[in-house]
Structures are given as C-alpha cells and as structure tokens.
Design a protein around this ligand. Sequence first.
Ligand SMILES: Cc1cc2nc3c(=O)[nH]c(=O)nc-3n(C[C@H](O)[C@H](O)[C@H](O)COP(=O)(O)OP(=O)(O)OC[C@H]3O[C@@H](n4cnc5c(N)ncnc54)[C@H](O)[C@@H]3O)c2cc1C
Length: 300
Amino acid sequence: MQYDIIIVGGSYAGLSAGLALGRARKRTLIIDAGRRRNRFAHTAHGFLGQDGRAPGEIARIGRAEVAAYPTVSFLDGTAATAARDGDGFAVTLEGGATHTAARLILAVGVIDDLPDLPGLREGWGKGIVHCPYCHGYEVADRRLGVLALMPLATHQANMLPDWGPTTFLTNGVVHLTASERDALVARGVAIEEEAVAEILNAGDGLAGVRLVDGRTVALDALFTGIPTRLASPLAAQLGCAIDDMMGGPIIRVDVMGQTTVPGVYAAGDATAMMKSLPGAVASGYFVGAVAHQSLIPPAH
Ligand SMILES: Cc1cc2nc3c(=O)[nH]c(=O)nc-3n(C[C@H](O)[C@H](O)[C@H](O)COP(=O)(O)OP(=O)(O)OC[C@H]3O[C@@H](n4cnc5c(N)ncnc54)[C@H](O)[C@@H]3O)c2cc1C
C-alpha cells in the first residue's frame, strides 16, 4: 500500500509523530522493532504528566492513543533498508515486504554501547543509570558513584554532588588536570583513580564496585554516560548527513526536523545531543506536523 508517511521507530518519538499525522488524517505506517532504549528501567522520570510511571506503560498508553486514529497502521518488525523510490521512498522489512510513502520519518533511537565490564549489563537501568535528571532524585543523599567510560564523565562527576555524596571512579579513562581535580574536590567529590574490575550488583540495586587492586567501594547507585550509536543504518543508507558528537553519532536535522535528504525527517534520541523521553515526544510531534505540511502544495 502507498502511504503518505512511513515512520520507522514506534517508541516515544515515532508515536508522537504518528499522533500528529493521525490527527491530520494522513495515511501513516509506523514500523517498530520494539526495542525502546529505556526498556531496562522500572520507572521513567521527568516527563510531565507521567512522572514515575513505568516506561513500557507510557509507550503502551501512547500506542493505544495513536491506534485510535483510523488512518494510522502499525507493523511490528524491523525496517532493513530504505531508499528513494521516484518522488517518495521505499522501505523494505527484514521479512522482505516493501512499503512506499511520500515522506519518511526516522525515529529509530540509539543503542547504548555497553562495554564488557562484569556486572554492567546485569545492573543497567537498575543500580546503574546514565542520567541524574532521570534517576538521581530517587537515590538522593545515598552513596553515589560516577564511573568514567568516556571523558564526559568529569562533567557528570561535577554535577552529581547536587544529588548526594559522590565518588568519581576515573577508571583509567579520565586523567584529571590539577584544576579539574581542585574543582571536583571543592564540590566535595572523592576521587578514586584505580580501574574498576567489576560492578557488584545486589538484586535490583547496587552494592558497589570492586577495583583492580582488589579493594571495594561501597555505593548505592552508579551513574555512567555510555557511548551511543544509531539504532539503525537507514539514515546512512539514504545518504543523510550524520554528525559525530561527544556521546556518539546523531542524524543532522535542520530547525524543521528535516535531514539533509529532502523528504526525510528525523526525531528523538537519534537527533538529540541531550536525549530524553520528553524531548523525543516533543520533537516527534513537531516533525509529524512539519512532514504533514510538506505534503500540502503552497498557497502562492
Ligand atoms: C536505562 C535508561 C533509563 C532511562 N530513563 C529515562 C527517564 O527516566 N526519563 C527520560 O526522559 N529519559 C530516560 N531515558 C532516555 C529515553 O529512554 C530516551 O530518551 C527515549 O527512549 C528516546 O525515545 P525515542 O523514541 O527517540 O527512541 P527509543 O525509545 O529508543 O525508540 C526507538 C524505537 O525505534 C525502533 N527501531 C530502531 N530501528 C528500527 C528499524 N530499523 N525498524 C523498526 N524499528 C526500529 C526501536 O526498536 C525502538 O522501538 C532512559 C534511557 C535509558 C537507557
């Protein structure tokens, strides 16, 4: 079937774009592989009106709301390829089926590239989290750690004392200058320079970390920024420009949410330096509306 718009990615950004398009009565197909980035967490915070709700529940409610619009269809699966097809685009699924549309919205999100550090995968989204705005309040005044997996960790270590007593595990990744060290100490941050050998989880929480020299550091929560990569190669296949940012690559979009390929729009984590659920919802809705208006011939 020929659609007006295909949205690849049916999580917060994709659903929000679908909501705008369903309300504009456009024939919209949302293709989703069902691997939301925050599926490891029990609760999501910072999204006004839904603060503290389970991430899966927010997505479930969102999908039900969008599904109520009769011009929107859903397809559970993975879009393997996308390419220009005449004036529009063709998207082919892993199973081989191809769908076409006049416009394409990429809301594919990113993948956190977790390194092979023992205990990290098991604790991810539980005792180990990436964002103090998302999960800091719940562990306020407890023993907090910041694990350096990339240089940006120094910034996080400097922020975290606003939530509680902080130990910065530089882990052989960050080499502090004298002035950085002084600034962190002035913020009350304890600095541990031995590399981390293992994260010690305790059920759904954290016990601490074991260092390479065998010592342990007792902690109640660990914050760590993880390098990310785009969750799908579709943007690259289409020839969209991709920018390498400090945390990982993002799809380049202009102020209207359009990529460098006319007719291809993008939203959510895949386009954002500071990634968040409310940011994904906001950019998705905006891009949905912009993509709709791009289908209307100008009045002049
Ligand atoms: C552990 C953890 C906890 C978090 N907690 C919070 C929080 O409390 N508050 C907050 O604001 N943010 C939180 N975040 C960040 C939040 O998860 C993201 O900002 C948000 O999920 C971005 O939404 P999105 O729609 O852009 O991408 P995602 O939610 O990652 O969804 C992308 C969707 O696209 C699909 N997809 C990708 N490629 C394809 C393809 N080729 N074909 C079909 N489908 C595809 C994926 O399967 C997925 O369903 C957390 C992140 C993590 C890792």
